[in-house]
Design a protein. Structure first.
Length: 257
């Protein structure tokens, strides 16, 4: 069986790790948080890399440990991680495949589409004063800096690291909803109402990221949504399902025999 290096810092990345382990592949999963590491440790026989790697470090590991395929199941918005993996694979003979979760958007979403977090902040400020952020914590500083004349509510993961980041940015407890999703439409409606939200800012994390229920709740409340589009990256090989990943791996296995 092939030796696989899996970028697995998402829920579907972890499910893919379990799927590939069940199929008998040797899997090393890479995450950059202690929380992600703990979630992966439940899977027997999995190996875990828990430190952030630049392209040079990743290339060295791929060569030294003789991996045969890199499966990139990083978050759709983790462009830096994906570009690192693409660069590392170009410097080796290791095959690359991207697992790209399906979009959760319909043509009737009615969202205002923007390309960057900075653009999202500017558009949100045009649409209202009470801004509800569902974009996570990594780019929270952009909104805090750009929306000084607005009231921000940030929905973030309930970890000590994230809460410390919110505090360091000057957010008060009233501005923070620390809870793990995804959420039902009804839960989103109640949270948006509680925060008196006038604008929702979000990303297309697919159904697994709860984008469908966020949009539905916003439509019920007639609140505008600012959507940060996914980064545009060219992938040499892309799969939308676990079975497509499996088919790719099996084809590579036959070639390498």
């Amino acid at each position: 069986m092939l030796k696989i290096f899996l970028m697995a810092g998402t829920e579907d990345g972890r499910k893919l790790a379990e799927f590939l382990l069940d199929k008998g592949f040797e899997v090393t999963a890479s995450v950059v948080s202690e929380y992600g590491k703990k979630l992966l440790e439940q899977y027997p026989n999995i190996k875990i890399n828990d430190r952030k790697l630049n392209a040079e470090e990743l290339t060295e590991i791929l060569k030294k440990e003789k991996f045969e395929v890199l499966v990139d199941a990083s978050h759709p918005y983790a462009a830096g991680a994906t570009l690192t993996t693409l660069t590392a694979c170009e410097g080796t003979n290791i095959s690359y495949i991207r697992f790209e979760r399906a979009t959760g958007l319909s043509a009737r979403s009615g969202a205002y589409h923007v390309k960057t977090y900075e653009d999202a902040a500017l558009k949100a400020a045009e649409l209202g004063k009470n801004i509800f952020l569902t974009t996570g914590s990594r780019n929270l500083k952009v909104f805090v800096d750009k929306l000084k004349d607005c009231n921000i509510t940030a929905r973030v993961l309930p970890t000590a690291e994230v809460l410390a980041q919110c505090e360091n940015l000057g957010l008060t407890p009233k501005q923070i909803i620390a809870v793990q999703g995804p959420f039902s439409t009804e839960m989103n409606v109640e949270m948006f109402k509680h925060a008196q939200a006038e604008v929702i800012v979000t990303k297309d994390g697919g159904a697994i990221g709860g984008i469908d229920t966020k949009i539905a709740a916003a439509q019920i409340l007639k609140i505008p949504v600012v959507m940060i589009d996914r980064p545009k990256i060219f992938y040499p090989n892309v799969a939308a399902t676990f079975e497509e990943v499996l088919n790719f791996l099996e084809s590579k296995g036959e070639i390498l025999k």
